[in-house]
Ligand binder design. Structure first.
Ligand code: ADP
Ligand code: MG
Ligand code: ZN
Length: 484
């Protein structure tokens, strides 16, 4: 542990998955899915004489995000122009909310870390995208005007791990709300990180730097780690951290100074004259609140309690709403099977197959009722766990119900005592020397003999019956030996 403790505050931008853009009717498209500049109009390319119109769906999405983060929704908020020049910003300003944001004063509980206060949640529009290629710079305005929600935390994150956990939990919440794709590697969620150090135990905030250009989760984590180390070197060598904005250079893995405090940018915000204040009807806000789904935290807690799952397993199964829904469909399909058994098959074998193929649970051929049936077959000891795994492979490839394959191919587990007795007797005859060792007092040989019977049965004999019959036979032999 070092003498300094990190203080981190995150500004998070998430692209809203609405059908149309923030202030015009253009479609919101994925970069890879549409040719450059094919989803643009005079409004989102900033031609003179055009007027923006607020997208109600975007407002609803941002309000949902703010409500999920326990924020106070402001009855009236104001769009403002943030003026600056950049080729990806054709109007010369970005419409954002500044002094009167959509919502304020919320919080998010982060698993494994403490509660993080949310300072504000507001709406704004995205910029276009510059592409530097073939010795030229290109601009694609498809992203220009895409709605963004910006979420600003208080400086409550006290480690890199807490920052990571906060970002992940926030993403999970936004995905649960279905307001963003949350695809962090495609830039659907982007970050600015404010980082400072202070003497451990101190209540005062240290001087911070603000890291821009964090276009992925990975970049955020690496940049914050870099900046924490850099500041620590400055402080331990007796220097002072300079308050400045730094940029993350993805290729070189370093932060580079962009501008100091002296040249602090002045965006000359002023209220957008072409838009009225955004006044929200309390009944409409209440309806948004009522429509919120069960959120990750609540679902995790419920899963752990209702299904008897460990905290880790509950977290794994609720990371995506689709996985949680799948699990609950399987549980419903097999009421007699302990849910924890279904959870283990899902999080173990089925997740393994999903990860190997890089697909989501809803895309696999294994339907929830088929998984439930499979677990029921294994738990009822109709098939051995090994056969269960083979059956899973089979329904993974072909779909359908596992019971069908069991009947079709005699994969059912051998549980008939008479048949098992024959296998046990055969094994004892074949391995007479080992039986002698057992009778002479080498008790662990019984386990070896058990293995031989299971092998002779091709792994399909019911283990509990084999154990019982073998123990009985060995006891009988022992008894006749002492009697004789
Ligand atoms: P600005 O608007 O200039 O970016 P703010 O004061 O609004 O500055 O803060 C923006 C972000 O910086 C917030 O997420 C806040 O939590 C964080 N922050 C503020 N002070 C510090 C500090 N000393 N160390 C780390 N983060 C900080
Ligand atoms: Mg900032
Ligand atoms: Zn447009």
């Amino acid at each position: 542990m070092t003498a300094y403790e990190p203080v981190i505050g995150l500004e998070v931008h998430a692209e809203l998955q609405t059908r149309s853009k923030m202030f015009c009717g253009c479609a919101v498209v994925e970069a890879a899915a549409a040719p450059p500049n094919s989803a643009v109009c005079e409004i989102c390319t900033g031609l003179p004489g055009t007027l923006p119109v607020i997208n109600e769906a975007a407002v609803a999405y941002a309000v949902r995000a703010a409500l999920a983060l326990h924020c106070r929704i402001q009855p009236s908020s104001v769009f403002a122009r943030k003026n600056y020049f950049y080729p990806d910003l054709p109007k010369g300003y970005q419409i954002s909310q500044y002094e009167q944001p959509l919502a304020v004063d919320g919080w998010l509980d982060v698993p494994g870390a403490k509660r993080v206060r949310i300072r504000r949640v507001h709406l704004e529009e995205d910029t276009g995208k510059l592409i530097h290629r073939d010795g030229a710079s290109w601009v694609d305005y498809n992203r220009s005007g895409v709605p963004l929600v910006e979420i600003v935390s208080e400086p409550d994150l006290d480690s890199l791990e807490a920052a990571k956990a906060f970002a992940l939990e926030l993403r999970t919440v936004l995905r649960y709300l279905e307001v963003t794709s949350g695809d962090m590697e495609k830039g659907a969620i982007r970050f600015e990180a404010n980082v400072s150090l202070r003497p451990r135990g101190s209540q005062e905030l240290g001087t911070r730097t603000e890291i821009k250009n964090l276009n992925s989760f990975r970049a955020m984590v690496r940049a914050v780690a870099f900046e924490l180390e850099r500041q620590e070197r400055v402080l331990t060598s007796g220097g002072k951290v300079v308050q400045e904005t730094v940029g993350w250079d993805e290729a070189r893995n370093v932060t580079l100074s962009q501008r100091g405090k002296e040249e602090a940018h002045d965006y000359r915000y002023f209220p957008e004259p072409d838009l009225p204040p955004l006044v929200l009807d309390p009944t409409w806000v209440a309806a948004q609140r009522d429509a919120l789904p069960e959120l990750p935290e609540a679902k995790r807690t419920r899963f752990a309690l209702a299904y008897g799952l460990s905290a880790d397993l509950a977290a794994l199964l609720t990371a995506e709403r689709s996985t949680a829904d799948y699990f609950e469909a399987a549980v419903t399909a097999a009421p007699a099977v302990p849910p924890s058994k279904i959870a283990h098959w899902l999080a173990g074998d089925l997740f393994g197959l999903l990860h190997a193929e890089g697909i989501e649970v809803g895309e696999s051929r294994v339907r929830p009722d088929a998984l439930a049936e499979l677990v029921a077959l294994v738990e009822g000891q109709f098939v051995s766990p090994a056969t269960g795994k083979a059956l899973l492979q089979r329904i993974w490839r072909e779909g359908g119900r596992p019971a069908r394959f069991v009947e079709g191919e005699h994969l059912g587990q051998l549980a008939d005592p008479a048949a098992i007795d024959r296998l046990v007797d055969e094994a004892l005859r074949q391995h007479a020397p080992q039986v002698e060792q057992y009778l002479a007092g080498k008790k662990p040989v019984a386990q070896w003999l058990f293995g031989q019977v299971m092998r002779a049965a091709g792994g399909r004999a019911k283990p509990s019956v084999v154990q019982a019959r073998l123990a009985e036979r060995l006891a009988a032999l022992e008894k006749s030996r002492t009697a004789g």
